[in-house]
Write a protein that binds this ligand. Structure first.
Ligand SMILES: *Cc1c(COP(=O)(O)O)cnc(C)c1O
Length: 401
């Protein structure tokens, strides 16, 4: 028997299309933000059906930019999920605001009921995270935000291509005009669409888009040039303390090519996820991810939950057994309140986030990406089943029988 090559947790899908396009951009002489970035913004805006899009160098930058441009700052509270990457919470700190954690629902998404419970007079914004690529219950969140006068900024790092009740994440609800203030996407190396590092922030307000554009590049405004006809196009004014968050044309070139393959990528992700669910759905020691028939799941991650009481091994041991059998599994996420940096958010966590506290220790992410072969997906599914069967707690029952 030949040794099976290790199946890594992630491998990006980059081929000659990206390589050729990047070579062309390099030869063009325009490397930083320019024509390719403008093209990427326009094509991405069309893809997610958002009126405005600004390319940024990460999703983290996009979230920070949105909160800053909305004027969220010291004294304000921002509600988000404990089941997210640290970036979501760091950005709240970066603008000087206070993060507040609300609980998740059975799918791992922010629970609107818990958000309502955590709103105070100081709440200025809520950041729902579309966990694993499954849209949050946005209609309820938008209604709540409208009633309570708070901004919604979506962390859509996992959700390129996801649809909520018929509309892409980023489009809002065209039927009643509800939408988030801003939506931040990630193009990090492991994400559904990658530019190596990168992100996009979409919004509906042209005014907010203009403000984010100025803040994105040092707070530089070119408007002054239009006002003073005696000055040349060398003239600019710094109008605010801005950041350096722009995306380069090299990265945008990769993004343009990746965007063209998104539907194909999504189809394959869904096929693999469906296969995992068809096999693991009947394994008692493993709970498969939720999905809703009124949403299109982006299937960024395939996250199962172990029934730890039915197993004789811990989550760490389960992951180690998969590794020994040639499979790289991971965990999304170590919940926010477990990190030393966010220790103050752990206070009363069982009271505020009981579902998260119960669910987070059970999570394991299996490899899910278009570069996997169907044969590898079959092997992963049968190996997870095998490990679960091997380490199930059945001895008591067997002895009794
Ligand atoms: C990856 C990720 C981010 C950060 O994205 P970057 O583009 O790396 O800044 C934010 N939130 C979530 C939920 C993520 O998974």
């Amino acid at each position: 028997m030949t040794e099976r090559p290790f199946i890594s947790f992630h491998r990006p899908s980059i081929d000659e299309a990206e390589i050729q396009a990047v070579a062309e951009t390099l030869r063009s002489g325009w490397l930083t933000t320019g024509p390719r970035t403008a093209q990427f913004e326009q094509e991405f805006r069309d893809y997610v059906q958002a009126p405005q899009a600004l390319a940024v160098n990460s999703c983290t930058a996009g979230l920070h930019l949105a909160l800053a441009a909305l004027g969220v700052g010291p004294g304000d509270e921002v509600i988000t999920s404990p089941l997210t990457f640290c970036a979501t919470v760091n950005c709240i700190h970066h603008v000087g605001a206070t993060p507040v954690l609300a609980d998740i629902d059975a799918a791992g998404n922010l629970d609107p009921g818990s958000v309502a419970d955590r709103i105070t007079d100081r709440t200025r914004a809520v950041i729902p995270v579309h966990f694993a690529g499954l849209p949050c219950e946005m209609n309820t969140i938008w209604t709540l935000a409208r009633q309570r006068g708070i901004h919604v900024v979506e962390d859509a790092a996992h959700a390129v291509g996801a649809h909520y009740r018929g509309n892409p994440i980023g489009a809002g609800n065209p039927a009643n005009g509800d939408s988030s203030a801003a939506v931040a996407f990630s193009f990090y190396a492991t994400k559904n669409l990658t530019t190596g590092e990168g992100g996009m922030i979409t919004c509906h307000s042209a005014e907010l888009a203009d403000r984010m554009k100025v803040l994105c590049l040092h707070g530089i405004s070119k408007d002054a040039w239009n006002r003073y006809s005696d000055k040349g196009n060398w003239y600019y004014e710094v109008v605010e303390n801005g950041f350096k968050y722009n995306l380069s044309d090299i990265q945008s070139t990769i993004g343009i090519q990746q965007l063209r393959k998104q539907e194909q990528f999504l189809e394959r992700r869904k096929k693999y996820a469906d296969y995992y669910s068809s096999v693991l759905g009947s394994v008692d020691e493993v709970e498969i991810p939720r999905e809703w028939d009124y949403c299109r799941h982006a299937w960024h991650l395939y996250v199962v939950r172990l029934e730890l009481a039915a197993l004789s091994i811990s989550r760490g041991e389960f992951i180690e057994h998969l590794r020994q059998r040639g499979i790289g599994a991971s965990v999304h996420f170590i919940p926010i309140y477990e990190h030393p940096c966010f220790a103050d958010l752990a206070l009363d966590i069982e009271k505020h986030c009981p579902t998260a506290v119960g669910m987070c220790p059970r999570l394991i992410s299996l490899p899910l990406y278009p570069a996997l072969t169907l044969e590898q997906v079959h092997y992963i599914a049968s190996t997870v089943k095998e490990v679960a069967r091997e380490y199930r707690r059945t001895r008591l029952f067997a002895a009794a029988g």
